[in-house]
Ligand binder design. Structure first.
Ligand code: MG
Length: 168
């Protein structure tokens, strides 16, 4: 059985993954309304992945006999200055997710809760990929700030991203 503390942290993380999905959905809408269909596609898939992350924690909680408690999802930001800002805020957002995942890992380690330590490792690895992917996009978006051709290429590149449910 999971401690109350770990159950609270895992419930909070379910909520934060949905908040992440909402944040990326808002970014997708921003990109779409500014005629960047590829960037909109990237963030739409990112949003879908975040919902998969939430479901992964939900399923784990239930398998451990945990008490699922869903809270209200915070309203995401709607207005952005430009597409650079959405990638930059995406990177900051992922850094915050990593901080939260590490905290869950710290508590699991303190409590010698080996199953949760094993479970959370997938998220630790996932965060390495998320931060790397956003860091690269921030660099590309920065280069494209005053270069419409580069921005077009970036949008085109991101149009091809697809969801890989098996890997998530
Ligand atoms: Mg996530």
């Amino acid at each position: 059985m999971l401690s109350e503390k770990l159950q609270k942290l895992l419930n909070d993380q379910i909520n934060y993954e949905y908040y992440s999905a909402y944040t990326y959905l808002a970014m997708s809408a921003y990109a779409d309304s500014n005629e960047f269909p590829g960037i909109a596609n990237f963030f739409m898939i990112q949003a879908q992945e975040e919902m998969e992350h939430a479901k992964r924690i939900y399923t784990y909680m239930l398998s451990k006999g945990g008490d699922i408690e869903l809270e209200a999802i915070e309203k995401p930001k709607k207005e952005y200055k430009d597409v650079f800002e959405i990638f930059d805020e995406g990177l900051s957002h992922e850094q915050e997710v990593t901080r939260r995942i590490y905290h869950i890992a710290d508590v699991a380690l303190e409590e010698k809760e080996h199953a949760t330590m094993s479970f959370i490792k997938w998220f630790i690895d996932e965060q390495v990929e998320e931060e790397e992917s956003f860091s690269l996009l921030v660099k590309k978006a920065k280069r494209a700030l005053d270069n419409p051709a580069a921005l077009y290429l970036l949008d085109d590149e991101l149009a091809s991203r697809t969801l890989h449910p098996a890997a998530k």
